[in-house]
Design a binder for this molecule. Sequence first.
Ligand SMILES: [Zn+2]
Length: 377
Amino acid sequence: MLGGLCVKSFAAFNNGPIGLRSLAAPRPFQLVDQQPGRRSCGENRPRVIPTLASWDPGENEMRRTFGRRNAAAIAAGGVLASLVRSNRARAAVAADMAEPAPGLFVRVGVTEDATAANIDAIANIGFVVGREAVAVIDPGGSLADGLALRAAVLARTSLPIRYVIVTHIHPDHILGSPAFVQDKPVFIGHAALPGAIAERGAFYQTNMHTLLGDDGGAAVMPDRLVATTDTIDLGGRVLELRAHGPAHSGSDLTVMDRATSTLWAADLLFETRVPSLDGSVRGWLRELTALEATQAARVIPGHGPASMPWPDGVADVRRYLQTLAGDVRKVLDSGGELEDAVSVAAQTERGRWQLFDDYNPHNIAHAVHELEWENPL
Ligand SMILES: [Zn+2]
């Protein structure tokens, strides 16, 4: 166990002591196995825990839609099929939302790993309301989380949810997608997202189903892909979408709301919770530099507060990544290997971040795997 608070079976999800199979960041989920003197995963419950009760978009519509969009996921896990069959009468309680800019709403995720108690509501997710339509930015970490977000939208506007923007592959951002299928939105993602879903979607779905049952959710294949930049118009409110190279993940998308000068950076920016690396440490540093040139009044981080003045937060993430890369390079340059790096890399950052020991070893493994190829030894 890698300092793994609440980790019941680290290896089971990561293919070894420091798995290179998933390196999912945040990890797909962790099961509660509380030990004396250790943090309780469920002690900080989310402010709103939806009591789900309605998954009722119409059975036939669900079959048709999922058949088209997510046949692979159904075949792989059968979870969506059971959702379709269940057709239970449920009602989600609307998530608490902050409104850091007019018409732009953020549900702040808890700084925990996914548990049944927090329904994987651990990422910052939300939506933007224009004159004619709504765009959801990240549908949530589970079906339950997505339904709570959808209820929050419906509590504020009767405008249609025309777009669901998925900022990247990670489960805490994508698995709420099925909650919105009934709205028939255009699902938008990075051009690399379909490949990432094909590779990991069933894995994430199965694990979240183990944690939450039918409320676990699934990834939905995007209808519209962004390879460089794109725009969508919500009616007098244009959102600019930007696809990034491998950084936090391999499918990072950011969103600029020009109307309020708000940059939705998603997981390119972490605050409080230690950044998790699943793309490229060098690439992430490059993307941060490029992103810093963006003019914005505020930023929405993927984890941390509802918003921060821009570019606050960049310096912390950059320092962490530079320290991580620098320390790993030193180990590699001196002939060391992964096990040598794990005990030393980025240790000076320990006191600055929460969940540090849950993620830093993953980040080190990823950085070693990436940076060893630039080392001639
Ligand atoms: Zn992420």
